[in-house]
Design a protein around this ligand. Sequence first.
Ligand SMILES: [Zn+2]
Ligand SMILES: [Zn+2]
Length: 304
Amino acid sequence: MSDMTSPEPKKKQENGAASLRSRLQANAPRFGVESCPHCQGLGLLFDPQAGKTGAYELCHCNRDRCRCGGEPPYMYFEESQNAMVPCPAREAYIALERIVRLNRKSGVPARFQNRFLDTLDTKDPGISLLIAMDHAVEIIYQYGKRKDPDAPDIQGLYLYGSTGTGKTHIACTIVNELIRLYQVEAHYAKISRDILNKIRESFNTSSDSYGMGGRIEKELASYEALVIDDFGVHRESPWVNSTLYDLIDSRYEKNLLTILTSNEPMDSWKELFGGRVYSRLKQVCIEIHLDGEDYRLRESRSIS
Ligand SMILES: [Zn+2]
Ligand SMILES: [Zn+2]
């Protein structure tokens, strides 16, 4: 079957991406036509070419069956019933609106907004990145079963490694996938810049956010899924460490998904608070060391 231009590896890659995609969306709600070759029933697509960071849109299967012209409240007049009835694509439109809204508020940096697990370019990814991706896929898969009565506790990730190993990239794709597949409030926050400044600000009487410290922490504690980028030990500031501990602890109590990235191994928390942070992290996250020196995740703009 193969000719001299060796389409085999490409074909293999495509098959791999398709099976990865079906694993990812195995437990996701369906808003499309199950037999649709474009979305495999999901009902929505992501167009990576749209705008600067790509955009979500209704899949062909929904556009073809839409009877309302895409106008809220997505109803149309059905003559046989002499009444307004829901458009067959109504649920997909509503899911799309929710995804767009969640995406806008996710905090994911623009350069990672169009990244998904099945479109990471993994040429020479290095073994540790492959392991991290495997875990990410498993997290997405399991997340769809979190409401099953016999579902195990949600387990997050602690990705550590030096700069440029792909940990932020992986973490952001998890946020994107959770929003795309489950429409949950998933959030990215960079610890040094966002969180600490905001919380510190809130203790400054001349700041606009004075007194809001509790609120910001509450917000971070309540996102259905949270990525904390640059989760490091602040040896000079026990207050910061205890704030971080409270955050992790409260998310653990609520069985919420937490993904942490760090330059330091989990071990570096061992000596703090008599090991309390460390043992909590162990309960909440699987630790993965990213050591790919040759890591190059190139932008891949092919999807669906
Ligand atoms: Zn479709
Ligand atoms: Zn419609």
